[in-house]
Design a protein. Structure first.
Length: 135
């Protein structure tokens, strides 16, 4: 990608994406466990700096996927949308990720057993079980 050709651009993008991820990883893990005062403080810090930095430094694909994720109201859909955002960030920073799977990224913010359950519920049974017999 274009970020690799310009290390300064890649560095600036990395800083903003890191701030974005710091907030959302915190929100997913701890937001419900902290005081209202702490929530308000964190939310205000995030909203006062990160969105306008994303306008400048976020890729077009990232901004589009962010909108999709933020509009998502079904929790399961938003998990996959968030994984899509993580992939987009990595691609924008120049990573190829040819062998990186959804589950690998999900392990960064979800418990392994909840991922297994989640993915099992979404795997289509006709993938293996209902194949027509070839004999």
């Amino acid at each position: 990608g274009s970020s690799l050709r310009c290390p300064e651009l890649r560095q600036r993008k990395a800083v903003v994406y890191t701030e974005f991820l710091d907030y959302w990883f915190w929100a997913m893990r701890f937001r419900s466990k902290v005081s209202e005062r702490e929530r308000v403080k964190r939310d205000r810090e995030y909203h006062s700096t990160v969105p306008h930095q994303l306008v400048v430094w976020g890729s077009e694909v990232f901004i589009m996927k962010l909108g999709t994720w933020l509009r998502g109201d079904e929790q399961e859909g938003t998990i996959l949308d968030f994984v899509g955002l993580l992939r987009t960030i990595r691609a924008d920073l120049g990573y190829e990720d040819e062998d990186l799977e959804k589950r690998d990224l999900m392990l960064l913010f979800l418990q392994p057993e909840s991922i297994d359950t989640y993915l099992e519920e979404r795997s289509s049974p006709d993938d293996e079980d209902d194949l027509p017999s070839t004999s």
